[in-house]
Each structure stands twice: as structure tokens, then as C-alpha cells.
Write a protein that binds this ligand. Structure first.
Ligand code: AHR
Length: 494
């Protein structure tokens, strides 16, 4: 079979915002505690209490932005419990996630310091569900106010003299669900009220993100944009890939057959329709696309690993997750005019993580490798492309076998990302870069023997990228041969 891709590098679309490569960290299971924070007295090698191995891996990944403290946890988090001397910090119950004790040792100072260590922008999500307007307002004052004020003085007493820069602030999380079961009309008013007191101090200008729709709740988007659109800079969208849809059997992260593989990828492709339809509604109120669509929770969601705490959402990560990551990132590239931030759920040890830890050991998942291979697209110009792909069919359903995106960076290098979704069939792809004749190509591939392959603490490199050379230049076409279940990134020069 032959896939044909045509692209015109002289007609770039919008810039791919680096923040599309963002991540999400919540006080959930072993994400914050064990995954990021082990404390200065831990035998696990650490830098000021943060795992050193994790810092190094994330620096390498060049993650631009990190969202915290939730998730559902955000709307029961009271930030004042998490500042000041650690031994005096309040202990609380994490009611959403396993009913465990939260000792608040990882709070505002620790989060922002961690972001500094990994060179990421902090994105804080405030509490609308169970918090007050003044509590939210004071949090922003505590973090960003440089003068004399109760909160700025308190920050100084707690060891931080200068204010921090904080650009991204979310006004509540999933307020249609765990964040208060609100109707959009009610939340739209609350957003206007809370956001009003999220102040800009000095040079610090806050990008305010409103809680957006749950998946295909187009009514929510309509109400938010019509009632509160002019007060927000971003509207969030949450869409997780559940293999059988929300509320149905999720299946195992590692023990699945090709039917489950196919369903998972098909459900992932639905992200494109969601973005297009929410964008259409947003455009009715915001023709210039000033308000960004922020996909601040996405990723796969399976049953937890056998023997682990159900409320901790710990799952393994296979070649299937690598394809899910590649498809979603391709979709975000293709819609970079509206989608200007996305945050994978979640950074470490929860859902579709890029890193898993066990005691002092750490491993990089197939999803990590896709983010690493794709990072060349950060800040580049998205290129329009037309993909004419044969069908990949299963039980009467069909999806395209090949999924792709492309961008050109400031040095004029074209990067093409290709996913072969087919679990069994290799595919030949003919790429026609209109008006350009490629002269030099390099490539990287992520693939494996089996669709269920994953990295373990015993075999941490079973799925890892390597150089890709199965391509040739023929006339003015680039012909690529991709094995089944693979992700390839090519760098093309002319
Ligand atoms: O990522 C897990 C949970 O999923 C988040 O806390 C919540 O926002 C979403 O429902």
C-alpha cells in the first residue's frame, strides 16, 4: 500500500506554541511524593529534596510548562496550608485520591522551585470549588507582589524575598464535575468574579484560564464564551482516551489485544473533532483567536496496575501509549492557531506518565521518548499537509493507517512526524514537498516487537528510540518505509 503526503513549506500556518508540550502534576498517588519530592533526608539522591534523576530527565525533555496542584485536588487545596516551616504545616486528607494523609510538605515554594530546576513555567490552578475569592487573590499576591503587603511580607518571612514571575493561572478545575458540579451559567459568573481579583502586580501579567468543557459539552463552551469570553485568555478542554469510552471497562495498560489497540487509537483521533467543534464555537465570539484553547488534561486512562491502590491511578505505558502521544501532538500541531497549551496527565507515576519510579529506580516510558523525539517542533511553524492514507480496518471500523504533522523551524529545517497506527502492516509513504527537493535527511524511530511492549525496572530500554534509515530520495520525492506500530520523526533539508 502507499500513503501519499503532500505539503507546502512556503505556506506555513501558525507557530507551534512550546506550551503544547506541557505536563500536569497533581497531589495524586505517587506523582508529587516519591515521584518529584523525596525530602532532603531521603536516601534517594536529591537536590534540595527533589529527585535528581527526575530533574535531569525533565531538563532533557525541555518541558515548557507544568500545571499544579490538580486536577480535582486543586478545588480542595488551601494554599496557606502549604507554606511556612514544614513541621508546622497542616496535615489533611486527600479525599479525592485514596483518602491518604497529605502533609503539605510540597507547597507553593517547592512547586515553583521545582519548575526553576527543570526550566519550566509554573501554571497554578486555583480553588473555586471550596475556596474563597480572597484566598485566590491572596495566593497571587503572595507569589507575585513585590512591595509591602501582608502576603508579600509573609512570603519574605517564609524565605523568599523577591516575588516570583507567575504567568499562567487557572480559575478552578472541572467545575462542572469534581470542582463543584456547577452549571455553566453559574460558573461563568464565578469566573468573572474570581478572575477579577487575580491581579497583575508590577510587570507580572497573568494569563487567566477558565474551566472549559468536559469533552463534547459544547453548551459549556457556548455559555463561557458568550458570558465570560472577554475576561479570559484561555479556556481549558479535558479529554482522556478511555479505550471503550468514559465509564466503560478500561482494560489493562499492558495486557490487551489488537482490538483494544485499535479502539484506543480510534478514540484518540476524536481529539481532532473536539478541537474543531469547540474552536468553531469560540470563533463565533473570538474571530481573532485571542482566547487559547488549553487542553490541560489529556492522555490514556486504563485500569490501575494489579496490586496498586485504586485511587493512585498508577498505570504502565506501552507502544500503544507512544502512538496515542504521537497522534495527539500531531493534532495539536495542526490546530496550533487555537491550541496554544496542552498538559499531559500526568508527569510521573499517574496515568500516561513520561516517567515511572520505584524506590530509587526510575524509568522513561515510550511516551517520554515520543515527547523527546517530537520536541524539535517546539516553537516551529506548523506546515499544512494533506495525507492520503489507506485504511486500517478492524471489525468493520476504519481509521487512517498513517497520521502525520510537519513544521519548519527558524533554521529552515523541516521536521515530519509520522505514526503508523497499524498493529501489523508496514507502510510505504511518498512525501511530496512541493517546490523543494530534499538533499539531506536524518530520522529517529520508536517501535518494538509487540504492541504490548513496555519498559520495566528490570528491562528499562525495551522500547527506546534509534536511528531510522529506511528512506530514499527519488526524483523530488522522499519515500519512507515505516514498520507497523511505529513513530518516526524526520529532519529534512534542501
Ligand atoms: O487526572 C486525574 C483527574 O482527572 C483530575 O484530577 C481531574 O481533573 C480529571 O477528572
Amino acid at each position: 500500500m502507499l500513503t501519499k503526503i503532500r505539503m507546502n513549506v512556503d505556506m506555513p500556518l501558525s507557530t507551534i506554541d512550546r506550551n503544547i508540550y506541557g505536563h500536569f502534576s497533581e497531589h495524586l498517588g505517587r506523582c508529587i511524593y516519591e515521584g518529584i519530592w523525596v525530602g532532603v533526608d531521603s536516601p534517594i539522591p536529591n537536590t534540595e529534596g527533589f529527585r535528581t534523576d527526575v530533574i535531569e530527565a525533565l531538563r532533557h525533555l525541555q518541558i515548557p510548562i507544568l500545571r499544579w496542584p490538580g486536577g480535582c485536588f486543586a478545588d480542595e487545596y488551601h494554599w496557606k496550608d502549604g507554606v511556612g516551616p514544614k513541621e508546622k504545616r497542616k496535615r489533611m486528607i486527600n479525599t479525592h485520591w485514596g483518602g491518604v494523609i497529605e502533609n503539605n510538605h510540597f507547597g507553593t515554594h517547592e512547586f515553583i522551585r521545582f519548575c526553576e530546576l527543570i526550566n519550566a513555567e509554573p501554571y497554578i490552578c486555583g480553588n473555586v470549588g471550596s475556596g474563597t475569592v480572597s484566598e485566590m487573590s491572596e495566593w497571587v499576591e503572595y507569589v507575585t507582589f513585590g512591595g509591602e503587603s501582608p502576603m508579600a511580607n509573609w512570603r519574605q518571612e517564609n524565605g523568599r524575598k523577591e516575588p516570583w514571575k507567575l504567568k499562567y493561572f487557572g480559575v478552578g478545575n472541572e467545575n462542572w464535575g469534581c470542582g463543584g458540579h456547577m452549571r455553566p451559567e453559574y460558573y461563568a459568573d464565578l469566573f468573572r468574579q474570581y478572575a477579577c481579583y487575580v491581579r497583575n502586580y508590577g510587570e507580572n501579567k497573568i494569563f487567566k484560564i477558565a474551566c472549559g468543557p468536559n469533552v463534547d459539552d459544547y453548551h459549556w463552551t457556548e455559555v463561557l464564551m458568550s458570558q465570560a469570553g472577554r475576561y479570559m485568555d484561555g479556556l481549558s478542554l479535558h479529554y482522556y482516551t478511555f479505550p471503550n469510552g468514559y465509564g466503560k471497562e478500561k482494560g489493562s495498560a499492558t495486557e490487551f489485544d489488537e482490538t483494544w489497540w485499535f479502539r484506543t487509537l480510534k478514540r484518540t483521533l476524536y481529539m481532532e473533532e473536539l478541537i474543531e467543534r469547540h474552536d468553531t464555537i469560540m470563533t463565533r465570539y473570538d474571530l481573532d483567536k485571542r482566547v487559547a484553547l488549553i487542553v490541560d488534561e489529556w492522555g490514556t486512562w486504563y485500569n490501575v496496575e494489579p496490586g496498586t491502590t485504586p485511587g493512585f491511578l498508577y498505570q504502565q505505558n506501552t507502544m500503544r501509549d507512544a502512538l496515542v502521544a504521537g497522534i495527539n501532538l500531531n493534532i495539536f500541531h495542526r490546530h496550533s492557531d487555537r491550541v496554544r497549551m496542552a498538559n499531559l496527565a500526568q508527569l510521573i507515576n499517574v496515568l500516561q506518565s513520561v516517567i515511572l519510579t520505584e524506590g530509587a529506580s526510575m524509568l522513561l516510558t515510550p511516551t517520554f521518548h515520543v515527547f523527546d523525539m517530537y520536541k524539535v517542533h517546539q516553537g516551529a511553524k506548523s506546515i499544512p499537509l494533506h495525507v492520503d492514507s489507506p485504511a486500517y480496518e478492524m471489525n468493520g471500523e476504519r481509521i487512517d493507517r498513517i497520521h502525520a504533522s510537519a513544521s519548519v523551524n527558524d533554521s529552515g529545517i523541516l521536521h515530519v512526524s509520522l505514526c503508523n497506527l497499524d498493529h501489523a502492516a508496514a507502510e510505504e509513504i511518498e512525501i511530496d514537498i512541493r517546490g523543494k527537493k530534499a538533499t539531506h535527511v536524518t530520522g529517529t524511530i520508536l517501535t518494538s516487537e509487540a504492541i504490548q511492549d513496555h519498559n520495566t525496572f528490570d528491562v528499562p530500554d525495551r522500547v527506546s528510540p534509534c536511528a531510522f534509515r529506511d528512506y530514499r530520495l527519488e526524483d523530488d520525492r522522499l519515500i519512507v518505509r515505516m514498520p507497523s506500530k511505529s513513530v518516526v520523526v524526520l529532519a529534512v533539508e534542501w
